[in-house]
Design a binder for this molecule. Structure first.
Ligand code: UAG
Ligand code: ATP
Ligand code: API
Ligand code: MG
Length: 490
């Protein structure tokens, strides 16, 4: 039996009225992962109530239980029991005690779109400024050594704190992480010692989980409550809901670094497109400078400046932070120029929500001297309200829009597509099989066309039912091009 080195009183201060001095081997919130001697924290979840699994946890060797309700009558007397107001919060704080080391500087970014880009750009800026940095988010844990893919944007507290501890042990001093609304709402980040935060934007997403837009915004703005007193926040003032985010930050006593065209510390004066690059003119604390951002997308300029703002928020030199933008590399699967075929360009992007799809189509339009073709779908077991919105956006924003499958999960893929197609049945085409849809898009390419394959970005699998089958938009694009090239030669 491994020992966490902690007693129940140390991990859950004040929670246990008796047996608090008992040491536990580990902490678990999933009964199936309970080790002998563990403390099991029962969480009320979206699908199940963890309290139902207390007896399972005890059978597997749990010696202490933390839960939201009163002690079950049938719990054996030798098992220590604590009733707490918020088991998720108790779990996160215990996780931080079990895994005590964290990089000295941790920043977190929230918003509907752009979190992964900003977290990764911030890591790259820290690295350019000579810091040993990492990022944590949808594309996994990224260090100098590469990406270690995980399934959630904000990992559960036990995995998160184990990772922070490991990274600190490897000498990582600076970390940029994504704070998803689920993660904030479920206290996955509580216990992380943050130095600064950032808010990007708020659009339509996750209204299957949050009862209203107000609730969704409130979850995002919980980030400010996790910051220590006086810690700065970075806000992209050009984006929706920036005013509300700024008001909440100021009410909490946090100084604001405003960025964007309406910014103060980093004011974007102009953007000139130069092929696939953008020349940004930025006023840095009142001093104008120019920097070339080596990627496309107006919103990527905003994302890059928020990342520079986060570096500034942690004490880095402002001008050096902005100049570091010149060295940024794009994030895999975000406006990713994958290939060219027959004089047309193929881009893979992670747009799986309305604002992101609108933004990517608007961004790519100037690059399409021919037609803009879009292959996209919507995920199953996620906000259904997104589906007709995305159908309408694709029909309006692309010349040819092909509706296909994303990750259907437990839903009927044809029914998901029907909800997307309902927006504009006469202007949307349908090819259910994602590989076939991509192949059809590639085969259509003529000189000057741009094909964007949207929704799955970096993902390496397609979730159908409860199985994840290997699938990569990048690979399917390359295979389709190779097959067409082979066909032409043969
Ligand atoms: C809706 C949601 O967010 N669910 C997350 C949540 O699960 P839950 O607590 O609701 O789980 P549940 O299935 O109802 O079970 C309740 C409890 O019983 C326990 N249990 C269950 C079965 C059993 O036999 N024994 C047992 O103890 C479970 O471990 C859990 O503690 O907490 C779990 C641990 O942290 C997460 O893995 C799980 O993410 C699921 C898999 C998920 O798909 N989440 C997505 C929606 C998500 O979180 N996405 C965000 C945002 C993405 C973005 O747009 O950026 C993210 O951060 O990735
Ligand atoms: N600032 C932005 N405004 C609007 N759309 C954006 C912005 N940044 C990125 N996007 C779009 O959103 C997609 C996802 O970007 P990114 O992965 O950086 O966001 P995210 O917030 O991490 O998303 P997720 O919630 O899925 O983790 C991109 O592929 C692009 O289409
Ligand atoms: N973090 C997001 C990812 C969605 C990716 C998209 N491909 C889909 O499956 O809907 C979520 O869990 O909602
Ligand atoms: Mg992300």
């Amino acid at each position: 039996m491994t020992d966490t080195g902690f007693s129940l009183d140390q991990l859950f201060p004040g929670a246990f009225s008796e047996a608090g001095e008992r040491r536990v081997s580990s902490v678990a919130f999933d009964s199936r992962k309970v080790l002998p001697g563990a403390a099991f924290v029962a969480l009320a979840g979206a699908k199940a109530d963890g309290a139902r699994f207390i007896s399972d946890a005890v059978q597997r060797g749990a010696t202490a239980i933390v839960a939201g309700g009163p002690r079950p009558a049938d719990l054996p007397p030798g098992i220590a029991y604590a009733q707490v107001a918020d088991p998720r919060l108790a779990l996160a704080l215990a996780a931080a005690r079990v895994h005590p080391r964290q990089p000295g500087t941790v920043v977190a970014v929230t918003g509907t779109s752009g979190k992964s880009s900003v977290a990764e750009f911030t890591r790259q800026i820290f690295m350019a400024l000579g810091r040993k940095a990492a990022s944590v988010g949808t594309i996994g844990i990224v260090t100098e050594a590469g990406a270690d893919y995980g399934s959630l944007t904000t990992p559960d507290p036990l995995s998160l704190h184990a990772s922070l501890d490991r990274l600190a042990g490897e000498g990582v001093t600076h970390l940029a992480m994504e704070a998803s609304s689920h993660g904030l709402d479920q206290h996955r980040l509580d216990g992380v010692r943050l130095s600064a935060g950032a808010f990007l934007n708020l659009g339509r997403d996750h209204l299957d989980y949050h009862p209203s837009v107000e609730d969704y915004l409130a979850a995002k703005l919980r980030l400010w409550t996790l910051l220590p007193a006086g810690a700065p926040v970075v806000i992209n003032r050009d984006e929706p809901y920036a005013d509300k985010a700024e008001a909440a930050a100021k009410a909490g006593g946090h100084p604001v670094i405003g960025i964007g065209r309406g910014g103060d510390r980093l004011k974007l004066l102009g953007v000139a497109r130069e092929g696939f690059l953008q020349r940004l003119t930025v006023e840095v604390d009142g001093v104008a400078t120019e920097v070339v951002l080596p990627m496309v997308g107006d919103y990527m300029a905003g994302n890059a400046l928020v990342a520079a703002g986060l570096a500034i928020a942690t004490g880095e030199d402002p001008m050096a932070s902005v100049q570091a933008v010149a060295g940024l590399k794009g994030v895999p699967g975000r406006l990713d120029r994958v290939a060219e075929h027959n004089g047309g360009l193929v881009v893979v992007d992670y747009a799986h929500k309305p604002d992101a799809l609108a933004a990517v189509l608007k961004t790519l339009r100037p690059y399409a001297s021919g037609r803009l073709i879009c292959v996209f779908g919507c995920g199953g077991d996620r906000d259904r309200g997104k589906r007709p919105l995305m159908g309408g956006i694709a029909a309006d924003g692309a010349d040819i829009a092909i509706v296909t499958d994303d990750n259907p999960r437990s839903e009927d893929p044809a029914a998901i597509r029907a909800e997307v197609l309902a927006a504009a049945p006469e202007r949307l085409r349908e090819i259910g099989d994602r590989a076939e849809a991509i192949e059809a898009g590639v085969a259509m390419l003529q000189p000057g066309d741009v094909l964007v394959v949207a929704g799955k970005g970096h993902e390496s699998g397609q979730i159908i039912g409860d199985r994840t089958l290997p699938f990569s938009d990048h690979e399917v694009v390359r295979e389709a091009i190779a097959a067409l090239a082979g066909g032409r030669q043969g």
